[in-house]
Design a protein around this ligand. Structure first.
Ligand code: FE2
Length: 265
């Protein structure tokens, strides 16, 4: 059994692309769970990548210290508050405390902003927790009256036409109620879209749900990830259409155009 994730990343400038063929799956510490990181930091708990669940596999009881996003690609995850299904973004706010089980084979695109606490389990295998930066601790639920998940059907959000031609944005989460001022949005780019050049002042993370786009000459296709570092000049285009979810940590700076922010600041 493999026990540790070593993401495979192609570097070109400050844009890191990990297409699905380059993801390396590793088993997590409970049966039937696995993860494939595009980017992870086990000290800070930051993670971007895929999570996989076999039927009847469960995460184990855990508490989110920071915000967690799970876009369900197939199957679904169930906890005491209900089920998050394919096409939905499940958001766990800080303090969310639950044990999630899959009844179908399930695949999630996951982004974590920080660590996760796991109730100590002496039987767990010597392998990474499902969540990067997972650490053992005992806890209580600090907000028992609140649901541990917010489940949002992304295509059910009213799209907002951007001032950039060909781009529609669905704002999924503005991080209100957290310590971050970030944005999580879904963008749809029609075929032939050319986004004017912009600079990032903070990281942007992307998961390509469907279609594909070129980011500084690198092609990101469905099932792939892209991390754009702060201070990067970005050329973004899609010849044949793209449907992406993105996490942006600050408004972008347009180089030679006046546009509203691409990600909803
Ligand atoms: Fe969770």
């Amino acid at each position: 059994m493999q026990t540790f994730a070593q993401p495979v990343i192609q570097r070109q400038g400050n844009v890191f692309v990990t297409n699905k063929e380059e993801l390396r799956w590793v088993d997590a510490s409970r049966p039937g769970l696995r993860l494939a990181a595009a980017h992870e930091n086990r000290d800070t708990g930051r993670f971007l990548g895929l999570l996989g669940f076999d039927p009847l596999s469960s995460s184990g009881l855990h508490q989110h210290v920071d915000v967690a996003f799970s876009y369900v690609l197939s199957g679904g995850l169930t906890d005491y508050a209900g089920t998050t299904v394919a096409g939905q973004m499940g958001i766990n706010m800080p303090g969310s405390t639950h044990d999630a089980i899959a009844y179908m084979p399930s695949l999630l695109a996951s982004r974590l902003d920080g660590p996760v606490l796991y109730w100590p389990d002496p039987t767990r295998e010597d392998a990474p927790h499902l969540h990067a930066g997972g650490r053992d601790a005992r806890f209580t639920n600090p907000k028992p009256e609140e649901s541990p998940d917010v489940s949002i059907t992304v295509m059910g959000i009213q799209p907002f036409p951007c001032s950039v031609g060909g781009v529609m944005r669905r704002l999924i989460c503005d991080y209100s109620g957290t310590r971050h001022d970030y944005r999580n949005s879904a963008l749809t780019m029609i075929p032939g879209t050319r986004v004017p050049a912009f600079c990032t002042v903070a990281p942007i993370e992307i998961f390509m749900i469907g279609g594909g786009a070129k980011i500084n000459g690198q092609l990101v296709l469905g099932g792939g990830f892209c991390v754009i570092e702060a201070g990067t000049q970005v050329e973004l285009s899609s010849d044949f259409g793209a449907y992406v979810i993105a996490w942006s940590e600050a408004p972008v700076e347009w180089l030679d155009a006046k546009h509203t922010d691409l990600f909803g600041f």
